[in-house]
Design a protein around this ligand. Sequence first.
Ligand code: ISL
Ligand code: CA
Length: 541
Amino acid sequence: MPEWWRDRIVYQIYPRSFQDTNGDGIGDIPGILSRLPELKDLGVGTLWLSPVYASPNDDNGYDISDYRAIHPDFGTMEDMDRLIAEARRLDIRIIMDLVINHTSDEHEWFQKSRDPQSPYRDYYIWRPARKDGGLPNNWTSFFAEDCWELDPQSGEYFLHLFSKKQPDLNYRNPAVLREVEDIMRFWLDKGVSGFRCDVINILFKSSLEDGKKKLVLTGSEYYLSQEGTHEILRSLRKDVLSHYDCFTVGETVFVTPAMGRDLAEPERGELDMIFSFEHMESDQYVVKWFKRRFRPKKFSEILTKWQDALSWNTVYFENHDQPRSVSRFGDDRRYWKQSAKMLAVLLLSLRGTPFIFQGQEIGMTNFDFTSLDEVRDIESHNVNRMLKKLHVPAGIRWRMIRRTCRDNARTPVQWDDTENAGFTTGTPWLGINKNYHMLNYRAEQNDPDSILHFYRRMIALRAADDALKSGSFKALKISRRLFVFERRYKDELLTVAINFSPRKAKIKDTGRVVLSSAGRTDLGGTLMPYEAVILRNEAAI
Ligand code: ISL
Ligand code: CA
């Protein structure tokens, strides 16, 4: 059954870095409002806003201190209401980031929870030290540190799988779930159309015993996709979500296809789609900090595996936690434009709901940082500290961080070539890539051959084509350089061929060219460097 959220393109906004309007160097909601026309022109149907709630910003808003308040940096609740209304007028839906695995330690619940007698004590996960004085268990956090913090006030430790200012909520306490449901209703009643659910597959901790020692995330066998989490998701669906015209997309860490099916196949009644990570790991050894050469074959195989595994899912190559796709899976120098367009074809022709991260549509590249002082992200600073303890030399630490750091994607959007790229009249909260003089929205707006125009064209093509929107997927060829697949809907058949390399590649000419990222109409059996094409096969049955 077709649902509106399957057909629409989602555009992710990282509000701090999108558009500043009052000169404080921080993007804001009025800034998003001012750019709705550009988003409409692009063909965006849904916006996902990274957190705009009250927060001490230890982790840029992923540490929420009040779920019903807007951070003054971003504006007011009136601004938010205006954004929802104006977007709706343009037929753009908005989804909010729902961060409910943890709150900020400055949230009122946590403050009250520090008192062992308070009814809020049980909102979080408190444990005394071990008999030998050690931490309650041997788990490790996502942010390269221990995941227990001692609260001197009550003499006990609380669990935090992320930073120590992000205490984990206790989902064994039904009161927590009731609170979360109320928060969801609050936003749905305001007119938002769903949620991107942060690390949603780790909510329920089935035990707190020691985990098997691992290189990353010791203890995760006790919280990844536990039955308790499935039950929570089903009850959120039944009690809240099913009463609204909305959808959910879960950020699900370390999922396998089998886990993904349990979380997102329609008959399960849990999530509508998920973000899996496996394809984003095809250029790393074990953990993301150990990067290796990008391997298109591996990438295409993983994409295929996930296309085959779920009846519907997301397609994404970027977000606020990942380096820029053109710098990673393409070539951000010699073949910058070609490879960014190639990635646009792939993103918008796989089966699923495509997610575009701000700046991706103009081919923004990784940040040209020169030192750690320019990095703001807490995760990078923690990793640096940990590597230093392990005596990893400064030069190596810096190379690892520069390539993988989440701030690569968080630099302000490059709108034009005026000072600070038109992002702010003040001092930007995070540096702006110096390539903004060349690489900016306005320049691409004026250039019909730009990445921006190409995205628009590709989005319009997808919107008008049933095979691209909802056809079946089948991989035809995967090699070191090529990824060829078909999309089929009733008697319509499209073949998509992607060349991931700076060299020409031979392909079987099997149909009429619907679109070529290199602007060609006759291929002569060859793809140009980083060219992607969509072919229509007339005679297909
Ligand atoms: O950055 C990461 C992956 O490359 C992850 O370890 C990331 O922390 C994980 O995907 C969870 O991310 C989400 O929750 C975090 C927040 O810092 C991220 O920005 C958010 O996307 C904690 O809320
Ligand atoms: Ca501002």
